[in-house]
Design a protein around this ligand. Structure first.
Ligand code: NAD
Length: 283
């Protein structure tokens, strides 16, 4: 029987501490940390994420504003808004909710965000800093995973961490954060040969694939720590991760459920980045 890593409870603990830091910051600087969230179009999942981010800011005492733009917004209009937010002193963090509608160039939009306000840590300047291990903004989802491990006293040092997925948002930065904590890291992806042979050697297995029930019991070593980043819908339309939870849980030492595992930590780390940004911009 594995210990179920409770992301909801952990997020509450971390947010409680954050709330105190935000209060101290606001008292000292006479301004609340401010986050601007930009959403283009009406993708239902994105709308939920944006609402949750706005709500979470309020809960820890941060200022936030949502800019909801119509799907037909032009690139120039979006870039103009980002420029305005870059110059706005009450905004310390800017987040553009992805994916953007097809006619907008995501790379160009990310590049337009002032790196000091890039609380998603997607700007190449911040990505580079993560690569050299000297960064202010942590990539939110992978950092959420690291915080969960920390809160459960799981030390990655010397462990073999296998990450399934090599995206710029999860897999690659996850590998960098694990390396920073002295894990031995293997990244697997869609072209990896003999995947199960590799995942079976993992002390810590992180699944970031985006396929329901992708990680089956025969892919997991007895006693492994299993972290499920995936967010999928199963055949019944129920929210689920990448791991076949029922089959894998009995053999893992620790496991994250979906929902209630990594998910709640992602927004928590975004809040942390916004406070860091506010501190650096008001030094
Ligand atoms: P992505 O589609 O960009 O990347 C998926 C990765 O899986 C790719 O690198 C690909 O190489 C790998 N992959 C695909 N098929 C594979 C196979 N057969 N064998 C091995 N590897 C394979 O997705 P992403 O943005 O990295 O997200 C991954 C999952 O995490 C999604 O379900 C997403 O919804 C979820 N996610 C969750 C959070 C959160 O807050 N919990 C945040 C971001 C993403």
């Amino acid at each position: 029987m594995a210990v179920i890593i409770d992301g909801k409870a952990t997020a509450l603990v971390v947010r409680g501490a954050l709330r105190k830091d935000v209060e101290a910051f606001a008292q000292e600087k006479n301004i609340a940390p401010g986050l601007a969230v930009v959403i283009v179009g009406s993708d239902p999942a994105s709308q939920v994420y944006v609402r949750n981010k706005h709500k979470a800011c309020g809960e820890v005492g941060m200022y936030s504003e949502v800019h909801a733009l119509p799907a037909e917004t032009t690139e120039d209009e979006l870039l103009l808004l980002i420029d305005k937010l870059n110059k706005d002193a009450k905004i310390h963090g800017i987040l553009v909710q992805l994916p953007l509608p097809k006619h907008l160039d995501e790379e160009k939009v990310i590049l337009a965000i002032d790196p000091r306000k890039d609380v998603d840590a997607f700007h190449p300047q911040n990505v580079g800093k993560i690569m050299i291990g000297n960064f202010s903004f942590v990539p939110c989802t992978p950092a959420g995973v690291m915080e969960l491990l920390k809160q459960y006293n799981i030390d990655p040092a010397g462990k073999h961490c296998v990450i399934i997925g090599r995206s710029n948002i999860v897999g690659k930065p996850q590998a960098m954060l694990m390396l920073k904590e002295n894990a031995t890291v293997t990244i697997c992806h869609s072209k990896t040969a003999n995947l199960a042979e590799i995942t079976k050697t993992a002390d810590i297995l992180v699944a970031a694939v985006g396929r329901a029930n992708f990680v089956t019991a025969d892919m997991v070593k007895e006693g492994a720590v299993v972290i499920d980043v995936g967010i999928n819908r199963n055949a019944d339309g129920k929210l689920c991760g990448d791991v076949d939870f029922a089959a894998v849980e009995p053999m893992a030492s620790y496991i994250t459920p979906v929902p209630g595992g990594v998910g709640p930590m992602t927004i928590t780390m975004l809040l942390k980045n916004t406070l860091t940004a506010a501190k650096e911009q008001t030094k």
